[in-house]
Design a protein around this ligand. Structure first.
Ligand SMILES: C[S@@+](CC[C@H](N)C(=O)[O-])C[C@H]1O[C@@H](n2cnc3c(N)ncnc32)[C@H](O)[C@@H]1O
Length: 213
């Protein structure tokens, strides 16, 4: 799967001209590359700084992340949240959870993050919360289910952000069941009267959705 859909030199230019993540997050990237399988799962600077910016602008008190991996996006979101904000992260990989917690313990924003091991759909069902902000970044087979369930739980005016919505470009020529799910998720969001959205062509596509008041 290619990392970049836009011209690589343009992507590099955008990377260089975007605020750098804190040093701890740069160390997290290095350690993920050295120690974890599939380091390319980590979303990286352009998505991470977008999440931080959106959280800083909207000041969510209650946030959810579906698919935490080694904690890069979780720490990026937490960085933008108020000090009493609460970010609940769903993850099924115990090794990734151990790794991420080591970094959360070292971050001034780590106290905002709570990790729940297990399948995200089960975790979401167990939560009785009104959400201000959600980042969906796991298990593409359930993308539409996540979107629908999270939308019900989101307060009017709250944000839902979905990563990988370009799916390496396969949304233009879907061949597999998962490709079809991504196409259907994008179609449903674009036609959903309950929301407004902007489909950003950042990296592998970032769909920023706002539930209408
Ligand atoms: C793309 S990675 C997340 C990357 C992370 N958001 C970041 O930007 O650094 C997806 C993660 O979702 C986890 N995952 C897969 N299926 C899941 C499920 N059903 N429930 C919760 N987490 C799941 C995987 O273990 C993996 O760590």
């Amino acid at each position: 799967m290619p990392d970049f859909l836009v011209d690589e030199a343009i992507e590099d230019y955008a990377f260089i001209h975007t605020s750098a993540e804190p040093e701890l997050l740069q160390e997290l990237i290095d350690q993920t590359n050295l120690n974890m399988g599939w380091p390319q799962k980590l979303s990286g600077r352009l998505v991470g700084r977008s999440l931080k910016m959106l959280a800083a602008l909207t000041q969510p008190k209650v946030a959810l992340e579906i698919g935490m991996f080694t904690g890069y996006s979780a720490l990026s979101i937490a960085e933008g949240m108020p000090d009493d904000g609460r970010l609940i992260c769903c993850e099924t990989n115990p090794r990734a959870i151990d790794f991420a917690k080591g970094f959360f313990d070292r971050s001034e924003h780590g106290h905002k993050i709570e990790v729940i091991f297990g399948r995200a759909l089960d975790t979401i069902e167990s939560l009785n919360l009104e959400l201000d902000f959600t980042f969906i970044d796991a298990d593409k087979r359930n993308y539409l289910n996540y979107y629908e369930r999270v939308k019900e739980m989101t307060r009017p005016g709250g944000l839902i952000i979905l990563d990988n919505v370009l799916w390496s470009g396969k949304i233009l020529q879907p061949e597999s069941e998962i490709d079809d799910i991504l196409v259907e998720t994008n179609r449903r969001i674009a036609q959903d009267p309950d929301v407004e959205n902007v489909f950003f062509t950042v990296r592998d596509g970032l769909n920023v959705v706002r539930k209408l008041p």
